[in-house]
Design a protein. Structure first.
Length: 1008
């Protein structure tokens, strides 16, 4: 925490000391407003009482805050109560070593109604302080919120628990005044003080308002006057009003009748405000951040000063980018930005106070997708800065050409500057032809709503005047000899050259062309069949016209047509007309930008028709000179361009139907092998065997045909036949085979149909993926009993001094161990591990647990390292990671509950019996119990008859002889039923394989 001491205490003059009421100064007793009415706090509908436990407070800290509690009780600010509400308190240590009382009211803030805040904006508060004011007073009220009483019915909401450190008595206390930490306290207090200040100005102040100004920000009051006598007179009157009204003023923080004061962190003097030296020193003393939280704190503090830092957004960009990273990164770029921001603070200029009697000048530029600007006002022959601006452009405008980004930057900074100008005339200096760019190129790049917003701000506002300047560096604008100059570039021309597909591409016909071509692409469905094609024509003849593959969209056909026209015009001067706005926009507006972005949209997704657009951008460079024009479609006029467009449209539709292999949307019935039966069939022995099996006979062309007319098709031909028929209807394998079996028959028809279906791109993209659910990876299991344990603490009702149960479970055998514990600390884990687990089962190879402090403590990790035990920590917020031990906790608690109810004993006494029941219970998956896994025999009671010596020997013999086979069989069953380890692959996909990735945002009925 960095404490900023804004002002050193200054002695109060004898004149003021004698003239004000003595009780206005704070003496340790908070004041109380005489005019304020008790505040009633209202809850949101349906909210339940909040009851939060008190945090543990160290005894020595409790003794430190006890005098504060006692003082507030004696003054009546705190009262004893009994409330269904309770929120915790926590003492905060001050720099002087003492503590202050803080209450955590976040839960109460959640359930109480909001009041609209009417607190002044510190960003614009000082705009009413002009250059004519030379004398200032700053007053800080002490314990301001405690001046407002709280209604009796609302006091219960702010109750907290307090334990007296001397007597040990616990009780609930609550506030009778407006508490600190309540979300509505600043607004409520600010409104009350504003009412009393307004009444003071109207009833007690006789000075004309043009000679003074009074500002208020919550409990900080600022007074400015033109002359010293006026400032002194008003200061005395204001202090007396506050004292008689019940308020108390901090003597140490009072700055009375001075030519320079500190207010809201700014040093204010005549016409000037600058950053306070103490604030700069505190920020510059911040060490290099070590994590995201410290970096965010630094940016918050330095961001408050951004008005004084030229190009703040540009300097701070590496730090904001570091905040976006999931893992903490601090490199050279961040180090440089950190130091440059501190240096910029040290060199921060004194900014002029906004004078609303003068016009403002705003200088704007755009650099690296940041809007940068300086707001100035003229003072004599110079221009004095009032504020520096830097704002990040949004994602959409960041992808525009540079001149259009300047338009967005201008709009963004005008909106920011108007917070200070408050409707005063604003002259905006920009290095670009903003209006010309907006009108001529805005429609290609901006949405209708954004274009309307920009036009309304730049053209329809009386307080905005745009001027053009060639100076790009905002710092250059501060020189008095720099005025608006001549343009150094033509924005419209720059956009056309940089963002067209080629530098000399025209959108108006060129002179003396070798060719004048018209293009059109067509895609339509007729009689259940989709057709697609394109045409390149002149007004009199067809140059090229071809059908396109079924499924081709109209946009893709239009791009293909324009590409072919440009390729056919290689080395020629050509005019090309197209009726496709999409194709026209690609070559003139978006194509070059998409190519620069790697054929990605501004949101980062791949553009549609990527390959076709790349071919178009290459083809547009083939002609010697080229112009691409847009012609409205479906016009009946006799002009040449409309005649050519109609011919292209008619030709494209005609050739689309000439495609030889149609993709029928409704399958046609017929023998699919007819096209192959003209040739001799390439039968293999398996095909002949099938023909004999179905009693088929050869026809005159040596093809086997059954009595029902089925043709026996060789396997080689059947694969191609299935592919052809599948692409007509995209049916499933079984449906396709049933459909064809009336006409053809072949070996392994269903198998081949399934392979065809699996390799069809259209089916793979659209059919739901039906496959066996992938088996989830299992947790780590030891190779032998006692090699790997899961461990966890479980909380139980306190009995015999024990409140916790430490549970171990062997992951191989399922054998549980459980130990009652007084605490859930690391020492309990170490004690049971060294005294119970290791002596009985040996040193384990590994252990696993959650990330509780009792398992990640240094002593635990030290013991594990010394004994070479691998200690794995479970994934946070995923109970499945601790599946075995969590399930064992549940089972143990269930058994303990049953035994305690039946035997009327406490749970530590019932624990051995509960463990026995679990150890001898057969496990569901393998059918044997943990006892059998460990000992190789079934559990049974001692019911043997006869001489114990003889029977004991026989039992031992029967146990030892088959022990090896029994253990091998049990452990084999465990190995086969072991879950798949997390390291093993659960699919057959390897790096480098081509796969389809499901795109959940694609519209299902959208054309490809």
């Amino acid at each position: 925490m960095f404490i900023i001491k804004e002002v050193e205490p200054q002695p109060i003059t004898e004149e003021i000391e004698q003239a004000v009421v003595p009780w206005v100064w704070e003496t340790g007793t908070p004041g109380k407003s005489k005019a304020a009415q008790p505040v009633v706090v209202e809850l949101k509908e349906g909210k339940e009482p909040v009851r939060l436990k008190q945090y543990a407070i160290k005894p020595e800290v409790r003794r430190e805050i006890a005098p504060i509690i006692d003082q507030y009780l004696n003054l009546g600010i705190l009262q004893e109560c009994e409330s269904e509400y309770n929120t915790p308190i926590f003492p905060v240590k001050k720099p002087n070593g003492k503590y202050r009382l803080v209450q955590d009211l976040r839960a109460i803030n959640e359930i109480t109604k909001d009041i609209h805040p009417v607190v002044a904006n510190p960003y614009t508060l000082l705009t009413s302080v002009s250059e004519k004011f030379e004398w200032f007073t700053v007053i800080d009220l002490k314990d301001a919120f405690f001046c407002i009483p709280l209604a009796l019915e609302s006091r219960k909401y702010f109750a907290f628990e307090w334990e007296n450190p001397d007597t040990g008595r616990r009780r609930q206390l609550t506030w009778s005044r407006l508490p600190q930490g309540f979300k509505n306290s600043p607004t409520i207090f600010g409104n009350q003080l504003a009412r009393e200040l307004e009444e003071w100005k109207t009833t007690q102040v006789t000075v004309p308002s043009m000679f003074y100004v009074v500002l208020q920000y919550v409990d900080d009051i600022f007074l400015a006057a033109t002359e010293r006598d006026i400032c002194s007179q008003l200061t005395i009157s204001l202090l007396n009003m506050l004292g008689q009204g019940g308020y108390r003023v901090s003597r140490d923080k009072a700055q009375l009748v001075r030519t320079e004061v500190v207010y809201l962190g700014c040093e204010i003097s005549k016409g000037v405000r600058k950053l306070g030296t103490n604030r700069i020193a505190a920020i510059c003393a911040i060490p290099v951040p070590r994590n995201h939280q410290e970096l965010r704190s630094f940016l918050g503090m330095v961001g408050w000063c951004r008005l004084w830092i030229l190009n703040f957004g540009l300097l701070a960009r590496p730090l904001y980018e570091a905040l976006k990273e999931v893992h903490w990164t601090w490199g050279r770029a961040q180090e440089k930005a950190f130091l440059e921001l501190k240096q910029a603070l040290k060199e921060a200029p004194a900014l002029g106070l906004p004078d609303l009697s003068k016009d403002f000048q705003l200088y704007v530029t755009e650099r690296h997708r940041l809007a940068l600007g300086v707001l100035t006002q003229k003072i004599g022959p110079w221009k004095r800065p009032v504020g520096y601006f830097s704002k990040q452009l949004d994602t959409v405008s960041s992808g525009w050409p540079g001149c259009l980004r300047a338009v967005a930057a201008t709009v963004l900074l005008i909106q920011e500057a108007r917070k200070l100008t408050l409707g005063r005339k604003l002259e905006v200096y920009v290095p670009h032809m903003v209006i010309a760019v907006l009108e001529q190129k805005g429609g290609h790049w901006l949405s209708s709503s954004r274009l309307l917003q920009y036009q309304a701000l730049l053209r329809e506002q009386d307080d905005i005047e745009l001027k053009i300047t060639p100076h790009l560096n905002p710092a250059e604008f501060l020189r008095s000899d720099r005025e608006e100059g001549e343009l150094v570039h033509d924005c419209v021309e720059i956009i056309e050259q940089v963002y067209a597909s080629r530098e000399d591409l025209k959108d108006a016909p060129i002179d003396s062309p070798d060719w004048e071509l018209f293009t059109d692409g067509s895609s339509f469905v007729e009689n259940g069949t989709r057709y697609a094609g394109y045409a390149v024509v002149t007004t009199l003849q067809v140059i090229e016209a071809k059908a396109l593959p079924p499924g081709t969209s109209a946009q893709k056909a239009e791009i293909r047509a324009l590409t072919q026209a440009l390729e056919l015009s290689k080395g020629k001067r050509v005019n090309v007309w197209t009726d496709s706005k999409y194709a026209f926009g690609v070559v003139h507006v978006h194509g070059a930008l998409w190519k620069e972005r790697g054929l990605l949209t501004s949101q980062g997704s791949t553009i549609k028709h990527r390959d076709e657009i790349l071919l178009l951008l290459e083809a547009v460079r083939e002609p010697e000179a080229v112009a691409v024009m847009h012609v409205p479609r479906h016009r009946r006029e006799d002009r040449k361009i409309y005649q050519g467009n109609r011919l292209a449209d008619k030709t494209a539709k005609r050739v689309a139907k000439e495609i030889r292999i149609q993709s029928a949307l409704i399958p046609a019935k017929g023998n699919p092998a007819d096209s192959y039966m003209k040739d001799e069939p390439p039968y293999l022995p398996d095909d002949v065997k099938l023909a004999h099996l179905v009693k088929a006979q050869k026809n005159d062309k040596e093809w086997y045909v059954t009595a029902t007319g089925q043709v026996v098709v060789p396997a080689k031909i059947m694969r191609a036949t299935l592919e052809t028929e599948h692409y007509k209807c995209h049916w499933g394998a079984e449906a396709l085979v049933k459909f064809l079996k009336n006409e053809v028959i072949s070996n392994q028809m269903l198998t081949m149909a399934k392979r065809v279906n699996a390799t069809c791109p259209t089916c793979v993209k659209n059919n739901p993926l039906v496959q066996k659910q992938v088996q989830m990876g299992g947790l780590k299991v030891g190779p032998q009993p006692g090699d790997y344990w899961q461990i966890d603490f479980s909380e139980l009702p306190k009995a015999q001094g024990n409140k916790y149960l430490l549970v171990y479970i062997c992951t191989f055998s399922g054998w549980p161990e459980a130990f009652p514990c007084c605490t859930n600390q690391a020492k309990e884990v170490v004690k049971t591990l060294l005294k119970e687990i290791i002596p009985r089962f040996g040193i384990p190879l590994g252990m696993s647990s959650d990330r509780g402090p009792h398992f990640v403590a240094g002593i635990i990790q030290g013991v594990a390292k010394a004994l070479r035990i691998r200690w794995d920590l479970h994934t946070p917020w995923r109970p499945q990671s601790s599946g075995q031990v969590e399930r064992m906790n549940q089972t143990l608690k269930n058994q303990l509950k049953k035994i305690c109810q039946e035997a009327k004993v406490q749970w530590p006494q019932a624990l051995p019996i509960a463990l026995l029941r679990i150890r001898i219970k057969p496990r569901e998956r393998i059918g044997v119990s943990p006892y059998e896994v460990l000992y190789g025999k079934a559990y049974h009671a001692a019911t043997y008859q006869g001489d114990p010596h003889l029977t004991g020997d026989q039992v031992l013999l029967n146990y030892v002889l088959p022990l090896n086979k029994t253990l091998a069989a049990v452990q084999g069953a465990l190995q086969w039923n072991r879950p798949l380890p997390l390291e093993n692959p659960v699919h057959d996909i390897s790096p480098g394989d081509h796969v389809y990735v499901k795109n959940w945002s694609v519209e299902p009925l959208k054309e490809s």
